[in-house]
Design a binder for this molecule. Structure first.
Ligand code: ZN
Length: 148
């Protein structure tokens, strides 16, 4: 999924479960579970070479990544004192994608980057249809807003 969904989910879990020893593994698990749902993300078309690396990178850098920070801020932090758990959850929620970055964008093909990317690819389900691919992510964010 997009960082906006993973980040919001991670922040949600980490804000609800105060013990990081429990929340961190759950946030990581949530990333792979969410990626299992067919979705559209900025990497869509990258492996099939239908999209350039540069286009995907720029979409992530200027749209998805900053928006994930803004969304998490407005859902959890606006008008509230700084909560490190929220931002830890955001970070851990994005970590599997951070770890895949060198594989996708820098041709890193060595242990453990290669194996992590292979696992990520195994659970990852995407769709080229933007509407159907964005809808589950909007629902995730809506659920986080309703349940927080
Ligand atoms: Zn992912």
């Amino acid at each position: 999924m997009l960082s906006i969904a993973h980040g919001a989910t991670g922040a949600f879990i980490a804000s609800k479960i105060p013990n990081p020893l429990i929340s961190i593994p759950l946030v990581l698990l949530s990333h792979y579970i969410e990626d299992r749902i067919p979705h559209w993300d900025v990497g869509q078309g990258l492996t099939a070479k239908k999209k350039s690396r540069k286009a995907a990178f720029l979409q992530e850098l200027f749209f998805d990544f900053p928006l994930s920070i803004i969304i998490v801020y407005f859902i959890f932090q606006a008008g509230h004192p700084f909560d490190w758990r929220v931002w830890m959850g955001w970070f851990v929620g994005l970590t599997p994608d951070f770890l895949e970055f060198p594989y996708l964008f820098m041709d890193a093909r060595f242990f453990p980057i290669k194996q992590l990317a292979a696992f990520h690819g195994l659970v990852h389900r995407s769709t080229p249809h933007k509407l159907w691919g964005l809808l589950p992510q909007l629902l995730v964010i809506l659920l986080v807003i309703l349940l927080k």
